[in-house]
Design a binder for this molecule. Structure first.
Ligand SMILES: [Zn+2]
Length: 141
């Protein structure tokens, strides 16, 4: 399915930001937020880009851990050429740590994760008052 942007000017600006408006001041976001809500094309692009960010971070995290495990294994079993293998493992770990950092700094993925955490926290908080209310009468008796 091919969609087109309903407002080319705003759409192009958003594309330049990789559909990330989290860095904008709240009073500047209005038009872009409205466009993202109304334009199917830009909204789907935004979802795609944020998905890519999160997948990249997961891949970088898993890769970094794998290289760290490899480093540990080389240290533990100390085969021949241990130093070379250790260096390769460390280089791999460093490389994917940097990838992770770049993705984390350059994209709003942490913001997305923080939003999810905030929504979860709110759900738990919504549940809390009821339990407190149930306990209150007992404490008051
Ligand atoms: Zn658009």
């Amino acid at each position: 399915m091919k969609t087109t942007c309903s407002d080319k000017v705003i759409g192009d600006i958003l594309a330049g930001w990789r559909y990330d408006i989290s860095g904008l001041a709240p009073e500047m976001r209005g038009d872009y937020e409205q466009h993202l809500a109304e334009c199917v094309h830009c909204h789907s692009r935004q979802v795609l880009h944020r998905t890519i960010d999160i997948v990249l971070m997961i891949v970088a995290t898993v890769s970094a851990i794998m290289f760290l495990v490899a480093f540990g294994a080389v240290r533990h079993y100390s085969p021949r050429h241990a130093l070379v293998l250790e260096l390769i493992a460390l280089a791999g770990f460093l490389f994917f740590s940097i990838v992770w950092l770049v993705v984390a700094v350059a994209t709003p993925a942490p913001v997305v994760v923080a939003d999810v955490a905030r929504i979860q926290a709110r759900k738990i908080q919504d549940r809390l008052p009821r339990e407190i209310r149930e306990r209150l009468p007992q404490g008051l008796k």
